[in-house]
Design a protein around this ligand. Sequence first.
Ligand SMILES: [Ca+2]
Length: 316
Amino acid sequence: MREWISVAVVGVMLCACSEDEAAWTPSSTAGGGQGGTTSSGSGGTGATGTGAQGGTGGAPAPGQTLAELCARPDTIFCDGFEGAYKTDWIEDGGDVRIVAGAGVPGEGSDVVEFATYQGQGSSKLIYTFDNEPLVYVRFDVQYDLAYDNSGGSHGPILGGSMNPPWGMMGTAGIKPNGDDYFVLNFEPRGTVGEGGELGFYAYFVNMTTTWGTTFDSSLEPPPTIVPGSWHCAEYGLRLNTPGNTTDGTANFWVDGVHHGDFGDFQWRTIDGLQINTFNLDSYNHFNDGAPPESSPNLVRYDNVVVSRSPVGCLAP
Ligand SMILES: [Ca+2]
């Protein structure tokens, strides 16, 4: 088993958009994972722990259709992107497309595709909702065979601010105070196609750098991203008790495998700051050069569900 890895992100951040997200894992309700303990990493605060060994982490068993997931009482929002994306989303510029015939086998036809290229480094859809203390987001994601994030990238962001959605945007390098914002990105860690895997990148009150903290799975095999393939991804964020507490958590699953609980997060200090924003996002720094519009970086998403409880993968 690999060690939990905590790495402070100190690279040049050129992003003018949000760099944060909040994610969580309920160690009390999501069985199958042991709560992590925080330790100091190389310049950052990291979750150290054993993580779940292939447990479900409280996620429901697979065998569901998107329609069934959308109908669950805990579901806040869902979108299968058939024909269009729902008008609940805010499109904040970017290059967002609906692609027919590219769906996960057995579940619809259309997906949403985000393109990034020279002059278009960020494409995303923003969804805001009423304040929640515990939120899970599941989606299917496919990185194009030619996707290149070797110059740095970011992905979907779950978070909150006192002024949603914009209060958690443009916050790169701004350490949260506890009464302003927090973010938890669930995104490629490393270069896709060269061992890059899904993991966390978070901004929270007790992080020890101004550039956020990353969290990777400790399981073998790691949640390595396979370009051109669909992955079932899910993550959750539980807020800490208001005040000077660190009982906030985060966790994630990839292709139905629970990759552990991460703990000791102080996401906030006041009760008024809660989870209220999700960005379905593709952001590329292009620090090593951007592709032309004619051969863009492409990421596809489908079957997004925002919920108050773990959701799980679609029926195989
Ligand atoms: Ca679809």
